[in-house]
Design a protein around this ligand. Structure first.
Ligand SMILES: [Zn+2]
Length: 425
């Protein structure tokens, strides 16, 4: 396989007319990412046609250089980038575990792009060690021949009538979030609907989400599994739940995730969505999230802050601002490079981060101020200790949602607002 340097990005998002290239539908690509720390490869498994597109009709090219991966739709004639989105995946975290050093694993992944009117090139890109994006795998997708091959019944099979938890208007101009209930059994239907409303409130309960609540549609998928509860290998609990979630992902007790992405997207069906929340019916503390992948939280009493923290990852592409030396192994953040996430810096290229937001005279780095009370950010600065490392990585404020469940700091809030803007234009 030959890797090639990304040539895209020359066409501005507003120059691409959605209707010229795309129909109001979604091409869902189900694929496997296979590999380990040394290499990985993409194998497309199947395509689905979903009869609506929830994303913006004008903001087609991703303006943020974030995520370890990027899906790009290109015009085969001009080579122009017609649609793109950066994202992360669970594989990337597997790669940094001890077994990921040499054992090969297969991970399900799903990407969604607007349904093309004519043949397009679909490019799977991966960030190299120099932080540039390289095409890892690409192929021609012809919508006409695909439709003859696609099982037509998939249009029907994907039909799930979602619950409207909050509807504020046309999905093309809203941030559409879908809540997938996990770990609810046949006897839990009333609790499930009640919990969905609770999660809708948690989603919109913290700034900057609260001020932007009118920019959100929130949907619920009214599906139940065979039994109540969530798989927790540490406690010997195994449940055949709707989307196969489990605590103890990669050996971390509180890391609650699912690897069954195909099941997850099948459950969502044709519900219009830009972002996924998996709501786990368990009172055990836990959650997890990956950028443009999904966010998950249990119904623990901390969920009102755990969920916004996880949405900081899944919607905002924000890094953790806390220190955890157990997680600082591997190359999660290389200290001699500027990290790609907007809310942490190694000071290698601080001008690309929040330097312009700093009050004049702020020392860089900024001495820690341990008098900042819990629940407050404290002044904007450049404080050492972030991205799991106690040394060499810096964060914008003493406290933040991405560190210790304080409100989102100004840098994190700024990025979230820019992302919300993308969906409402
Ligand atoms: Zn922050």
């Amino acid at each position: 396989m030959i890797s090639s340097l990304v040539a895209g990005g020359s066409v501005l998002a507003q120059n691409i007319k959605f209707n010229e290239y795309f129909d109001d539908g979604t091409l869902r690509i189900n694929y496997h990412r296979i590999g380990n720390r040394q290499y990985d490869t993409v194998q497309v498994q199947s395509h689905e046609c979903i009869p609506n597109w929830a994303g913006s009709l004008t903001q087609l090219v991703d303006p943020f250089d974030n995520g370890a991966y990027r899906i790009v739709v290109k015009d085969p004639h001009s080579g122009c980038e017609l649609y793109s989105r950066g994202y992360n995946s669970l594989f990337q975290e597997y790669r940094d575990t001890p077994q990921g050093a040499d054992s090969i694993a297969v991970f399900q992944e799903v990407v969604r792009v607007p349904w093309p009117k004519r043949p397009v090139n679909i490019c799977f890109q991966k960030r190299g060690s120099d932080q540039l994006m390289y095409t890892q795998f690409s192929y021609r997708f012809d919508p006409d021949s695909a439709m003859t091959l696609l099982r037509r019944q998939s249009w029907l099979r994907l039909e799930t009538t979602p619950v409207q938890l909050q509807y504020k208007g046309d999905p093309h101009k809203k941030v559409d979030v879908v809540i997938v209930p996990e770990g609810y059994g046949p006897a839990d239907s009333l609790k499930m609907i009640r919990d969905m409303h609770l999660f809708c409130n948690y989603l919109l309960g913290q700034e900057p989400f609260r001020s932007r609540a009118d920019d959100f549609n929130v949907w619920g998928v009214p599906l139940m599994g065979e039994a109540s509860g969530i798989t927790d290998p540490g406690k010997g609990i195994r449940v055949n739940s709707l989307v196969g979630s489990s605590y103890n992902t990669f050996g971390a007790d509180r890391y609650l995730m699912t690897m069954q992405l195909f099941k997850l997207h099948n459950a969502i069906g044709s519900t219009p969505f830009d972002h996924i929340i998996i709501m786990a019916n368990s009172t055990t503390y836990g959650g997890g999230a990956i950028y443009n992948f999904y966010a998950m939280s249990s119904l623990n009493q901390m969920a009102y802050v755990v969920l916004p923290h996880e949405l900081g990852h899944s919607i905002g592409g924000l890094a953790d601002e806390y220190v955890d030396e157990d997680l600082s192994y591997g190359d999660i953040h290389l200290l001699d490079q500027e990290p790609i996430e907007p809310n942490i810096t190694t000071l290698v290229d601080f001008a690309s981060k929040w330097q312009s937001m700093l009050p004049v005279g702020t020392p860089v780095p900024t001495p820690p101020d341990n008098s900042v009370p819990r629940g407050k950010n404290g002044p904007l600065g450049v404080y050492e200790g972030a991205g799991y490392h106690s040394k060499g990585i810096y964060r914008p404020t003493m406290r933040c949602m991405m560190r210790d469940y304080a409100p989102f700091c100004p840098v994190c809030s700024h990025r979230l607002n820019l992302i919300f803007d993308l969906y409402v234009k």
